[in-house]
Design a protein around this ligand. Sequence first.
Ligand SMILES: *Cc1c(COP(=O)(O)O)cnc(C)c1O
Length: 504
Amino acid sequence: MPKFPGIKGMFLDEEPLIIQGSKGLSGISMPDCGLKKSDLKKSENAYINEKYIRKKPIRLPEVSEPTTVRHFTRLSSWNMCVDTVFYPLGSCTMKYNPKINEKIASLENIKNLHPLTPAGLVQPVLKIAYDFNKILCELTGLAEFSFAPQAGAAGEFAGLKIIKKYFDLKGENRKTILVPDSSHGTNPASSVLAGFMPVEIKTGKAGTLDADELEKYISKDVAAIMITNPNTFGVFEKDIKKISDIMHKNGSFVYMDGANFNAFLGNVMVSDMGIDIIQLNLHKTFSTPHGGGGPGSGAIGVVEILKEYLPIPYVKFHIKKSVNNKSELFYELAEDKKYTIGRMTPFLCSFAIVVRAYAYLLSLGRENIASVSEIAILNANYVKKKLGKILSGSDPFEEGLCMHECVFNDKAIEENGISTLELAKILIDYGFHPPTVYFPKNIHGAIMIEPTETESIKTLDNFIKAVKEIKSKAKKSEALKSPKKTKVGRVNEVMANKQPVFKY
Ligand SMILES: *Cc1c(COP(=O)(O)O)cnc(C)c1O
């Protein structure tokens, strides 16, 4: 058995960049543009309206290139990331991202592409967007996708806007979105943003939504159900088809939060579940580095009757005769969607995310796609089996099997005097990123582990061993001091949230 990764060694100190600089230093050398500062103010030049010209220069760091590079590289070494440690953050799918995706997304023709380049000069690029759309349709059974939403939650918002517009045009004023308590927290928030009222439905003992329970909430005011599947307990909604049938009978839609597509990619068709709209988090399932607010893609897919509501622009093609009279496809950005909810981005999408997702699928190959979800489920059930007794004592869900992530309560560790928070903090000293904690909210002291398919059994065993050791060795007084080996120890999380200090 290998040693725990642990944390040891050198953490370089770091001062804010603003005090590392000196007046006049710069990371780049620009040729003289021939303009003097005073020229800016001349009204006949009117480069900038006088009232917009700063009276005092903005206080920005003036630093050289090496100082800048070292600053950010040092800061990055203080963080845990998927390239350094096992990162089992439930619900977030922090899988390892193959470097081939980065390589493809960094090709000059893609990285340096100007979004206003005429379509005739970027045919292969538009073809990637078109083809990848078709691949997602094939993987889900839906009719068309849009990559305009730049995060999962933005996809939810777009989907709900489509539902809103559909009913508005029909002259129906439906206000309610049903949201099971096992949904992701963004679901009720998106409902409110899109102009609906979320109504919570309690899940049953097995952690799933009962069709009978749903029936109690059905009325002509219900626009849709927003269901996370697999839900945030890591459990597949077994009644999903029945649920869809109930909704459709009522003239309502089924929106599925498909951020957890990792759990059934290649094994279950979304269309077979009766879903009308779904968002897929390309940055999670299709392996793009994410977290920390970086770019994402919450691609939304819809059934045939909702295609005309999708955001614009989108990529389409027509057949063109080339010079030697051969027929060829000509791809272009189009805006002719009859009921579109409008634009969500200035251009097509966060294109580099689409390229990474496309590269990821092509490098897997059709024959291997299903094994992504199979191994993700196998790994999660392995952890569930090995840690169930240690963390919870008994399984909080009757079913016994989970999908891509497993959720524990803290019953058994609490008896040993360790809380979920302390377990999470001590794990950092062992060299593991903590799992998601205290979510879902209705599980006492929840610990949510998503190992993903990219981890080996050796890594999982090592993590399991660490949890066991923490449970048997940690004393409450000691635990309160963790993490002890990191650059910054235990912070006051409440104060950090309520009164963040950004200024130096
Ligand atoms: C991550 C996640 C979201 C939100 O996605 P973002 O890209 O962070 O906006 C929504 N639902 C589920 C189930 C998720 O796991």
